[in-house]
Design a protein around this ligand. Structure first.
Ligand code: 5GP
Ligand code: ZN
Length: 138
């Protein structure tokens, strides 16, 4: 794994993250600069910078876990909608070079944004991760 990849460090539990759920191939955790309450990232365990590098199997696994977490977010937070966003390259807004899918609960009238400016409170993220996980089938 690249030494300086923060998401590889999260996968390896060398960096902290508020995990929602994980399986053999992918991990879901709360975004630390959330655009909206419940903003969750889903990543493959295996490092790949973006859609141009990732293999099919980890991409499928990431999509499948994102689907499960999407249902849990809807059940937990009842947003008006849910944006699924995935950036490839700086021009598309990518800032972390390990493939990731954003799950962003959306509500009517809220302005669209791609990046949050405020680091979330850890206790709040921990509570949110638990709340979403509570809506996943065991
Ligand atoms: P991108 O801009 O590449 O599409 O998304 C990167 C996302 O990762 C951003 O929403 C940013 O807030 C989030 N992020 C960056 N560093 C960390 C981190 O150390 N922990 C967590 N949980 N999220 C991070
Ligand atoms: Zn990585």
């Amino acid at each position: 794994m690249p030494d300086n990849c923060i998401f590889c460090q999260i996968v390896a539990e060398q960096a902290p993250a508020h995990r929602v759920i994980e399986d053999d191939l992918a991990v879901a955790f709360c975004d630390i600069f959330p655009i909206a309450t419940g903003h969750t990232l889903v990543i493959p365990r295996q490092h790949a910078a973006n859609v141009f590098e990732i293999d099919e199997e980890p991409m499928r696994a990431t999509a499948a876990l994102a689907r499960r977490v999407s249902h849990a977010l809807r059940d937990a937070l009842a947003p008006d909608g849910l944006a699924v966003y995935q950036a490839n390259g700086a021009a598309a807004g990518q800032t972390v070079w390990h493939y990731h899918v954003h799950l962003i609960p959306r509500n009517d009238g809220e302005p669209l944004a791609f990046h949050g400016r405020t680091r979330a409170d850890d206790a709040e993220l921990a509570a949110m991760a638990k709340r979403i996980a509570g809506h996943l089938p065991g």
